[in-house]
Design a protein around this ligand. Structure first.
Ligand SMILES: Cc1cc2nc3c(=O)[nH]c(=O)nc-3n(C[C@H](O)[C@H](O)[C@H](O)COP(=O)(O)OP(=O)(O)OC[C@H]3O[C@@H](n4cnc5c(N)ncnc54)[C@H](O)[C@@H]3O)c2cc1C
Length: 312
């Protein structure tokens, strides 16, 4: 019996991979319904391929594909980012939530909480604040970034927008959001909902161990979040690797496979690390690799664009 704790993006995906392949598995979440915070951006081709493996047609959940990602006023053509209805997708994947007694294997899919694995020494978790508002603005992704964080506006269709910001310094979040509002014309409006959250921005190699006794971690619990705060695809990928290791009886290879297959996440987090430490030389050295990774999947951009964006 395998028990998964955490029915977010990684936990639900792993649950369906395992149950589809005949494993005895249960899933439990401390929430009554899936989390709806704004984390609805994803790379379409990668999500489509991964979800097909559990028989889910990802197209049913795509809300829209913005033409541009506008970062600090720089218009970058969007390659493959779509906005999907994450809450509806997770709701459709939620099954009877329950916790088994004495499972052989426990999966920590509790995201930023990392509730079951040993705590991470020198963890780096950014506070965020977000809301939904209605605006008549052209449907692109708008970003206002600085060295220590960024504010965003993601279109959800029908004039609805996710607006929010994350920063190492929580007190700066409202300032970041104000700058975004001013730059792109999102005046303050009534909010349909509002919440705060946290996102782990730490390279996977600093989130070891991935396995402790009979507990194994997936997703954000083990640092599967890119330098841009993109955790959906990396979390799905880690869940798929875990499933393959369980199926092959090779759990001992899990840690090294995650570190190898998500090396791009590691590189991007090293860049974040360098920026936060004002280590611009290291940051610049990492740029060509990051451009090569992201040019093919998220937005079209050059080293010049990124240097302009981050002011180095
Ligand atoms: C504001 C914000 C915006 C983001 N935007 C994006 C985006 O646009 N695109 C993107 O790719 N990524 C985005 N991310 C990151 C992304 O949301 C996460 O990295 C991703 O959801 C991680 O998936 P997960 O399954 O590991 O964890 P989660 O999706 O966080 O799921 C963890 C689950 O575990 C449950 N849980 C927690 N503790 C316990 C416990 N003790 N027992 C039982 N259950 C528990 C929680 O209720 C939750 O349902 C964003 C993050 C934030 C905070």
């Amino acid at each position: 019996m395998i028990q998964i704790y955490g029915a977010g993006i990684a936990g639900t995906y792993l649950y369906h991979l395992l149950s589809k392949n005949g494993y005895e598995v249960r899933i439990y979440d401390r929430r009554k319904e899936p989390d709806c915070r704004c984390a609805w951006g994803i790379v379409y081709r990668e999500a489509k391929k991964l979800y097909a493996e559990i028989g889910l047609n990802f197209d049913d959940y795509v809300l829209l594909k913005p033409q541009y990602v506008v970062a600090n006023g720089l218009w970058l053509r969007n390659r493959d980012i779509v906005i999907f209805d994450k809450k509806r997708l997770l709701s459709d994947l939620w099954v009877d939530l329950s916790a088994a007694e004495n499972p052989e294997l426990i999966v920590d899919a509790t995201g930023v909480s990392r509730a079951l694995l040993p705590p991470i020494r020198e963890d780096r978790v950014l506070p965020t604040s977000q809301c939904i508002e209605e605006h008549e603005v052209e449907e692109n992704i708008y970003i206002q970034m600085e060295r220590t964080g960024y504010a965003w506006a993601f279109p959800l269709g029908d004039g609805r927008w996710h607006i929010g910001a994350g920063n190492v310094d929580k007190a700066k979040i409202p300032v970041f959001i104000s700058k975004l509002r001013e730059k792109y014309g999102f005046e303050e409006k009534d909010k349909t909902c509002q919440c705060s959250a946290k996102v782990r921005l730490l390279q996977p190699s600093k989130c070891l161990p991935f396995i402790s006794k009979n507990v194994v971690g997936v997703g954000e619990a083990i640092g599967c979040v890119s330098g841009a705060g993109e955790g959906n695809v990396p979390s799905l990928v880690s869940a798929k690797i875990l499933f393959e290791c369980i199926a092959a009886g090779s759990l001992s290879e899990y840690e090294s496979r995650v570190l190898k297959e998500l090396e791009w996440v590691e590189i991007e987090q090293k860049f974040v690390d360098a920026m936060l430490k004002n280590n611009y030389i290291s940051a610049i050295r990492l740029l060509p690799r990051i451009i090569a990774i992201e040019n093919g999947r998220t937005v079209q951009h050059s080293i010049r664009d990124i240097r302009k964006l981050i002011n180095i």
